[in-house]
Design a protein around this ligand. Structure first.
Ligand SMILES: Cc1ncc(COP(=O)(O)O)c(C=O)c1O
Length: 428
């Protein structure tokens, strides 16, 4: 396949101020944005409108599975769009059927529903849980503190972070949060109205905290005992980011009883479409037909175009052994950051994560970050930008590394050098 890497424009026009002014005037200001205006990319590199190059360790928040301007994605979009872009879900078409089969083969016996985003995938799981508990009057879903499940009204009620709920009360009823990785607290939160438990395999926005194997196995047992659905949000931590398709498969590797573990539902999005907006959820076999004809739907979900892209991404991941790359290069990055933390404990307090989902907790009281102003995570990210690296802040003091699955070892080294330089300056 011919590489379709865009070359930087011959004359780089600095449109920065003009574009920012358009945003100020015409775009709802619901996002805190960094002072960067991006223009084009290639793999794990992006350029701003001033022609400056950045290495991308953020991957569009775990979305750009094959990096920017992937030739495989571009060619699939062209090829499929010449045949069939959209049909509506009144009709059958090949790409949706084949993608559902591929996801089931990667997870376990069950069926899939296709939608357009992570929050929509979670909304589908909420409806599945309500349908499951409906005839017994059960509707409550237990979720966890520090979780993140998206921005719709139901998803902010499910999310365990006050900042996303504030100002949007009254909350959608039927959600309650308990501490993550805490089986005893989960057990005591179960009421006669509980229908399901929903957890992330690795909390992402909450600061890259993996579930322990005991927690996952214990949740399965608890759900079986109490007749609850065990639902997992794999939106950020799924799609081979950990080195296995879903994070539970990685977390439970070589753990006795782990090979038999399956949740009852999993939400997916982000890397599934590699930047083409798409989401999905998988439902385990006994519950796969709970959402019958007419019970759920979405106009754009599972279009031929979206599914063709998702299928192509899966085949590239397999051909290029990108799951192994995420596992190995991710471990390499994590080990290097841990070494940095040992050398500069006054800047980096802890490093967590699996594969290409690594979080670095900044130490409290970094002198350069004292006083009023942005959070340490945002200030650190600004320093990375100034040094030529994109990364993603989480919470007030965590920096996430969520790169494309095809990040090269040399690029990992380049990014680590940039982080090292910033850390050294802060510890001086
Ligand atoms: C774990 C998790 N769930 C759900 C979502 C929501 O996904 P989306 O923004 O595609 O709606 C996100 C987004 O960051 C996420 O990290």
């Amino acid at each position: 396949m011919k590489e379709m890497v865009p070359s930087p424009p011959a004359v780089v026009r600095n449109e920065t101020a003009e574009i920012q002014a358009l945003f100020q005037q015409y775009v709802v200001p619901s996002y805190g944005r960094f002072d960067l205006v991006l223009s084009h990319g290639s793999g794990s590199q992006v350029w701003d409108t001033g022609g400056r190059r950045y290495l991308d360790f953020g991957g569009g928040i775990a979305v750009c599975a094959l990096g920017h301007a992937s030739a495989a994605i571009t060619e699939t979009l062209i090829e499929q769009s010449r045949k069939l872009v959209h049909t509506s879900n009144f009709y059958y078409h090949g790409p949706q059927g084949r993608l559902a089969q591929a996801l089931v083969n990667l997870i376990g016996p069950g069926k899939c529903f296709f939608c357009n985003s992570g929050v929509e995938a979670n909304e589908g799981l909420f409806k599945l849980a309500r349908k499951f508990g409906h005839d017994e009057g059960r509707f409550e879903i237990i979720t966890t503190i520090n979780s993140f499940h998206g921005r719709t009204l139901a998803a902010i009620a499910a999310t365990g972070q006050e900042k996303v709920k504030k100002g949007f009360e009254p909350a959608v009823p039927g959600f309650r949060q308990v501490p993550y990785n805490d089986l005893a607290a989960t057990r005591s939160a179960i009421s006669p109205a509980t229908a399901a438990i929903l957890v992330e395999g690795i909390q992402g926005e909450g600061g890259v905290t993996p579930a322990t194997p005991e927690y996952l196995l214990g949740l399965r047992q608890l759900c079986d005992e109490k007749k609850l659905l065990l639902l997992m949000d794999g939106v950020q931590c799924g799609h081979f980011r950990t080195g296995r398709f879903q994070s539970h498969q990685r977390i439970l590797e070589n753990v006795p009883g782990g090979e038999k573990f399956l949740p009852d539902g999993i939400s997916m999005a982000k890397s599934l479409g590699g930047g083409f907006p798409m989401g999905a959820f998988w439902v385990r076999q006994p519950y796969a037909d709970l959402l019958g004809a007419g019970s759920h739907g979405t106009t754009f979900g599972g279009s031929p175009l979206a599914c063709a892209v998702a299928l192509k991404i899966l085949s590239v991941i397999q051909q290029e052994k990108l799951a192994d790359n995420a596992r190995e290069t991710g471990a390499y990055i994590k080990a290097a950051l841990e070494e940095m933390a040992r050398q500069h404990p006054r800047v980096i307090q802890a490093v967590r994560g699996l594969g290409f989902m690594v979080g670095m907790t900044l130490a409290p009281d970094i002198p350069a970050f004292s006083g009023e102003g942005k959070t340490p995570a945002v200030r650190f990210t600004n320093l990375l930008h100034a040094a030529g690296l994109l990364a993603v802040p989480a919470g007030t003091n965590i920096i996430r590394v969520l790169p494309a699955l095809n990040l090269r070892r040399s690029e990992a080294d380049e990014g680590l050098k940039i982080i090292g330089g910033v850390v050294e300056k802060l510890s001086a």
